[in-house]
Design a protein around this ligand. Structure first.
Ligand SMILES: [Cu+2]
Length: 128
């Protein structure tokens, strides 16, 4: 379990170059299959509390309430389970109420966690 989370986090970070090539073309979700990890530190388990997650910056590109997803142009993400560099991509959101107050163009702060192998937005707040 822990190992698979680590693997996925590593794959996500390591897929950055591949994904970013596609992300701006509006592809949904991320195909993380088949990527091998390398150079990932495995000496730590991702058991930090959620509060250890740092907020990431993003700008909303689109909101899809029906599918509970949001496309964000995001800065660097580094949470206890997800790490990736800046890119534009879509994320599923943990709870659709997170989408109730955001619209395209909003600047947001958000956190991402790996939930069942998917990088999922778990908190989101609009920056005024
Ligand atoms: Cu990303």
């Amino acid at each position: 379990m822990k190992k698979s989370l680590l693997n996925l986090a590593a794959v996500c970070g390591f897929s950055l170059l591949t994904i970013s090539a596609y992300a701006d073309q509006g592809s949904k979700g991320m195909d993380m299959g088949g990527m091998k990890m390398e150079g990932m530190k495995l000496d730590k388990t991702p058991e930090k509390p959620v509060s250890a997650n740092s907020l990431s910056d993003g700008e909303v590109r689109s909101v899809d309430k029906e599918n509970k997803s949001i496309t964000l142009k995001h800065g660097r993400i580094k949470s206890s389970t997800v790490e990736m560099g800046p890119m534009t991509m879509s994320f599923p959101v943990k709870d659709k109420t997170l989408l109730s107050n955001v619209k395209t163009g909003d600047k947001v702060k958000f956190t991402v966690e790996n939930i069942d192998g998917v990088s999922t937005v778990t908190t989101l707040s609009v920056q005024k």
